[in-house]
Design a protein around this ligand. Structure first.
Ligand SMILES: Cc1ncc(COP(=O)(O)O)c(C=O)c1O
Length: 393
């Protein structure tokens, strides 16, 4: 049978669909016409076989309460084995409407108010709110850049841990830096955390989006015997462009930890989840292999184009080469603008919507995050705009 060739070059008009990335441009950037390369979803079609599975369900006229069939866990178990060589049991898998809600539930369930929770900035910013709104203390162990790659600062980590430090929220692979953490890095992190009895919440939402020769290593796998207190948050939402369907998975091997997590889910009455999210997720994991292979080829070529363009056409601007994710961390500090000025210049003069670096915590000054999961033509327009605006400075 001939393989379907997917078309990631197709430009899709997402305006008028209550799309955060496109329809909130005026609200967030005061420029309704800019090219938005911010929110972490993709400007590609959600795969046709997933849309078909949703259409099939729509043929039935009742949308009442539903449960996730066994196939939900099984499809992820098989995907995890094939994609990350991660051998998990179906009954380790739990549900959450989103990865951030899973992080918040873990904070609620496994720490107490005023406990310290470690995060490693620059990092995906909703972690900060989950921790602060629940009256826990944020403790930073900033990443350090070594040879153009964000790395863990193990010395600082050991120094910052106190008797009040109870949890670490890990972003694996890393958003916004794009590091695909190695087994050695994760193993060392696990060793330190286990020595100090620190619970690790590993956000692995970008696990599928890793570019060869890098691979995804689940934290739990690298941690081995040190993985006593840990949960792993996964989802098909980034990988298959399903973020609007509010469905994610949480891998929890320890039965007691799993029970507590699920009790909290039931207290909030959110265990049922979204009927369509469950169908889309099962379909993605059971039928999505070829689509994912093709997506990765396209994303990698966009990444290489972006990095080459920055290095050859944008003097003074730096970019970290992402090993994973469709996000890249760009350094504009040579322009000597303060962050407000940089944001204004980007949105009004360049005409591109990026995430301001300071959102990601300490280490974000003078930097911005770009999302390159879009048709190549759009990326070209953004980069030409950047080049032209730089020449005018
Ligand atoms: C690292 C990371 N975690 C979590 C999320 C959001 O996940 P969810 O929508 O499932 O809460 C994102 C979205 O950008 C992300 O980049």
């Amino acid at each position: 049978m001939q393989k379907t060739q997917y078309n990631f070059d197709k430009i899709i008009d997402r305006t008028g669909t209550n799309c955060v990335k496109w329809d909130l441009r005026s609200l967030y950037f005061k420029n309704p016409n800019l090219l938005p390369l911010w929110v972490a979803d993709m400007d590609f079609e959600t795969p046709d076989f997933i849309i078909e599975s949703l259409r099939d369900r729509l043929n039935h006229p009742v949308m009442g309460y539903s449960f996730r069939p066994k196939e939900f866990n099984r499809s992820f178990q098989e995907w995890a084995l094939k994609k990350y060589n991660w051998d998990i049991k179906p009954d380790w898998i739990s549900f959450s409407p989103g990865v951030v809600s899973a992080v918040s539930i873990a904070v609620m369930g496994f720490t107490e108010p005023r406990d310290e929770i470690l995060v490693q900035p620059p990092v995906y910013f909703p972690f900060f709110k989950s921790i602060l709104c629940l009256k826990r203390k944020l403790k930073y162990n900033p990443h350090k850049e070594i040879d153009g790659r964000l790395c863990f600062d193990f010395d600082n980590l050991e120094e910052s841990i106190s008797s009040k430090t109870k949890m670490l929220v890990l972003c694996n692979p890393h958003n916004p830096g794009g590091s695909a953490w190695t087994p050695e890095e994760l193993g060392k992190l696990a060793e330190i955390c286990s020595k100090h009895d620190i619970f690790v919440v590993s956000d692995e939402i970008h696990a599928d989006l890793v570019f060869e020769p890098a691979v995804h290593t689940p934290f739990m796998e690298a941690a081995g015997d040190h993985a006593l207190k840990t949960i792993t948050c996964m989802a098909a939402s980034k990988s298959f462009n399903l973020a609007g369907l509010s469905t994610s998975l949480v891998v929890i091997p320890d039965a007691k930890i799993k029970e507590k997590f699920e009790d909290l889910m039931q207290t909030l009455h959110i265990s049922g989840g979204n009927l369509f999210g469950a169908i889309a997720t099962m379909t993605a994991y059971s039928k999505g292999w070829d689509w994912m292979q093709q997506l990765l080829v396209y994303l990698k070529s966009n990444r290489d184009y972006l990095v080459d363009f920055v290095n050859s056409e944008l003097p003074g601007i730096r970019i970290l080469v992402p090993e994973a994710t469709y996000l890249a961390w760009m350094d504009f500090s040579s322009l000597s603008m303060d962050q407000d000025e940089l944001n204004r210049w980007m949105t009004q003069d360049v005409g591109v919507g990026l995430n301001s670096g300071t959102m990601f915590g300490p280490g974000g000054d003078g930097l911005m995050r770009i999302n390159f999961a879009c048709p190549r033509k759009q990326l070209e327009v953004a980069l030409q705009g950047l080049k032209a605006a730089l020449e005018k400075l």
